[in-house]
Structures are given as structure tokens and as C-alpha cells.
Design a protein around this ligand. Structure first.
Ligand SMILES: NC(=O)c1ccc[n+]([C@@H]2O[C@H](COP(=O)([O-])OP(=O)(O)OC[C@H]3O[C@@H](n4cnc5c(N)ncnc54)[C@H](O)[C@@H]3O)[C@@H](O)[C@H]2O)c1
Length: 324
């Protein structure tokens, strides 16, 4: 039996807990929140789950094989360092933090040890993305454009730049990661962000509500990712379009549309990527075989570096080169 602990009692802990509780040979043993009461409330939906208001107490009291870390961007650091000290494999939700300070410390400690990690860049596990990657390997991509256009999530930490890192780091990071997964490493980013509506509409909004980022890849591909969180709820557009010498590949939330010389076809997403992500991680914990994990901490760090570079570029009004 793989014994799992979960840190965080919010929406996404619930999504992972539901998947884990339906997996054969997996037992959720413990849940840790910012208070014992919050953890108890979360635990009451599951059988035999102990609740804690402090991670050290949880890790001292339980013998866990793996931990899921589902906390907001600002809350990372102590958790990962503690798990690494105790050599406990972990799956951590994106983004790794609000900036590079914590991930740099975590990566440095991770480099001293060989601990299994996985990061919640779940798009990589989609059927459409695996098809897309294969198609792109057999064509020459000229450029890619994409966007994460939606409304502002209601959790209070999201609207604050200090606690979320802003939309590009918090949300659009999924598209940055997909671009890296399919196009390779990034050389330079140049970003422009602005605040158009939300800061005067709601209290405490310090994140930009529109932004656009030009990205140059080492292989010569140019991409642009734009995002906004000022749309009214119900209006959204999320996707990534690749323009290649064989045609256009259009990745959306539910699948891929392909156009080749005017002939169109599509690939629908059937497998639940979150389930596949957890199966890969739990398989690695059980067997030591990490080959099914498509995003680990080291790789996710590079995606996070690009997203943070975009923030720096927007602040300085200058292009930022990524160090090799
Ligand atoms: N991969 C995806 O598709 C996806 C989807 C949604 C959310 N997420 C990510 O998951 C993370 C959490 O998002 P959410 O929607 O669950 O947020 P949420 O606000 O609903 O929940 C966050 C929880 O973390 C708890 N928390 C904060 N600091 C903590 C600490 N030090 N120790 C223990 N608990 C702590 C909070 O009390 C809260 O219960 C975010 O980084 C978000 O980007 C990923």
C-alpha cells in the first residue's frame, strides 16, 4: 500500500484526493492544512485520514511514502525543504513559487539527493498533446501563438502579486510549459503588462489584468503568449496555435484541430490527464521507475524561469535573456 499525505485543504487538494482515493493500492493517510480544524473538515470526506495543522507534526507522526503539495504559490519553501530532508517523494502543484528564490533553494537541495518529484503540469499527459508533440517532431514550426483569456479566480491570494506571482506565472505557465515541451528551451522573453479594469473594480487587486509576451526559442521558433483575467465569468478562450510547414495545429482545452492544405481533422482528449499524472507518480514511488513522469521539479524549474523572466521584463520594459 502506498501511503500518501496531502498538504493544503483547498480546491485542488480535493481534485487530487478524489483521484487518489479511487486508485488501487493507495491510501490517503494524512491531510495537513493551515489549521487542524480545516484539515479535519477536509478529512471528514474520506475514511481513516488523520488531520494536522502543521507539516512537521504530520511528518513526525506518519510514515508517508509520498506527499501531494497543493498550496498557493506564496506558501512554498519550508514544505519542499522538509520533504527533501526526510527524503519523501512529492508531487507539487504548479507554479513552484511567486519568483525564483524558493525554487532555487529547493533545486539546490534536490541536486544533492535523488528524490522522486512530479509537478502538476498536467497538460503534458493529454492525448492531444502527445499527438501534437509527435506531429511537431515531423514538421518545421515557424511560430506559435496562444492565450489564456478568462476571468479572475475568486480565491483571495490570486489577485495579489505578492501571493500569486500574477496571471502569467500562476496560470499561463501551463502554456509556457507546453511550448517548452514541444519547442525546447527559451533564449529570450520580452513582455508588456498593464492594469486596465480589475484594480478599480475590486479591492486589493495588484496583479496586471492584461499582458503579452514574445518568446524566442534556441531553435529559432518565435512565439507569443497573451493573457487576460478581466473577462466576465463565462467568457474564456484558452489555447495554443502552431504554424508549421505542414499546416496549422490548434490545441484547445478539449483537443487538437489539425489543418493540412485545407483538410481538417481532430484529436479528442479521452484520458483524464490528472489521473495519468498521478498514476505516473505513484508508479514511480512504488517501483522507482520515473520514466512515466512527464514533468519533474528540475524540468518545471526551467518553465518557471521563463515565466519569472517575463515578469521581470514587464517590470523593466526590456527583453530578458535566459541564462544557459
Ligand atoms: N494543475 C492544475 O490544473 C491546477 C488547477 C488548480 C489549481 N492548481 C494549483 O494548485 C495550487 C492550489 O490551488 P487551489 O485552487 O487548491 O487553492 P485554494 O486556495 O483553494 O487552496 C489552497 C490551500 O492551501 C492551504 N495552505 C496555504 N498555505 C499552507 C501551508 N503552509 N500549509 C498547509 N496548507 C496551506 C490553504 O489554507 C488552502 O486550503 C495553486 O498553486 C494552483 O495554481 C493547479
Amino acid at each position: 500500500m502506498v501511503k500518501v499525505g496531502i498538504i493544503g485543504t483547498g480546491w485542488f487538494s480535493g481534485v487530487h484526493a478524489k483521484i487518489l482515493s479511487n486508485m488501487q493500492g493507495v491510501q490517503i493517510n494524512a491531510i495537513c492544512g493551515t489549521s487542524q480544524e480545516k484539515a479535519e473538515k477536509f478529512a471528514s470526506s474520506y475514511e481513516d485520514v488523520n488531520s494536522y495543522g502543521n507539516i512537521v507534526e504530520m511528518l513526525d507522526s506518519e510514515k508517508l511514502d509520498a506527499v501531494y503539495v497543493c498550496v498557493p504559490p506564496f506558501a512554498h519553501g519550508e514544505i519542499e525543504l522538509e520533504l527533501l530532508t526526510r527524503e519523501i517523494p512529492f508531487l507539487v502543484e504548479k507554479p513552484l513559487s511567486v519568483d525564483l528564490e524558493v525554487p532555487t533553494r529547493v533545486l539546490s537541495k534536490l541536486n544533492e539527493k535523488s528524490i522522486i518529484t512530479s509537478v502538476g503540469y498536467h497538460f503534458r499527459y493529454k492525448d492531444s498533446v502527445s499527438y501534437l508533440k509527435n506531429e511537431l517532431e515531423n514538421s518545421t514550426t515557424g511560430m506559435a501563438t496562444g492565450g489564456w483569456m478568462g476571468s479572475m479566480p475568486t480565491v483571495p491570494w490570486w489577485r495579489n502579486q505578492q501571493t500569486s506571482g500574477g496571471q502569467f506565472i500562476e496560470q499561463t505557465t501551463h502554456l509556457v510549459d507546453l511550448l517548452r515541451y514541444t519547442m525546447g528551451e527559451v533564449e529570450e522573453v520580452y513582455a508588456a503588462y498593464a492594469s486596465r479594469a480589475l484594480s478599480s473594480q475590486y479591492e486589493g487587486v495588484t496583479v496586471s489584468d492584461v499582458g503579452t509576451v514574445t518568446i524566442k526559442f534556441s531553435n529559432g521558433v518565435i512565439a507569443n503568449l497573451s493573457n487576460t483575467c478581466l473577462l466576465p465569468e463565462g467568457d474564456s478562450m484558452v489555447g495554443l496555435d502552431y504554424y508549421t510547414n505542414k499546416g496549422i495545429l490548434r490545441l484547445g482545452f478539449n483537443g487538437l484541430e489539425i489543418s493540412k492544405k485545407g483538410e481538417t481533422s481532430s484529436v479528442k482528449d479521452i484520458v483524464n490527464p490528472y489521473e495519468k499524472e498521478s498514476e505516473a507518480f505513484i508508479h514511480a514511488v512504488r517501483t522507482g521507475d520515473t520514466s512515466l513522469i512527464l514533468s519533474d521539479y528540475r524540468d518545471a524549474f526551467k518553465t518557471h524561469e521563463v515565466a519569472v523572466a517575463a515578469q521581470v521584463s514587464a517590470e523593466k520594459g526590456q527583453p530578458v535573456r535566459l541564462t544557459k
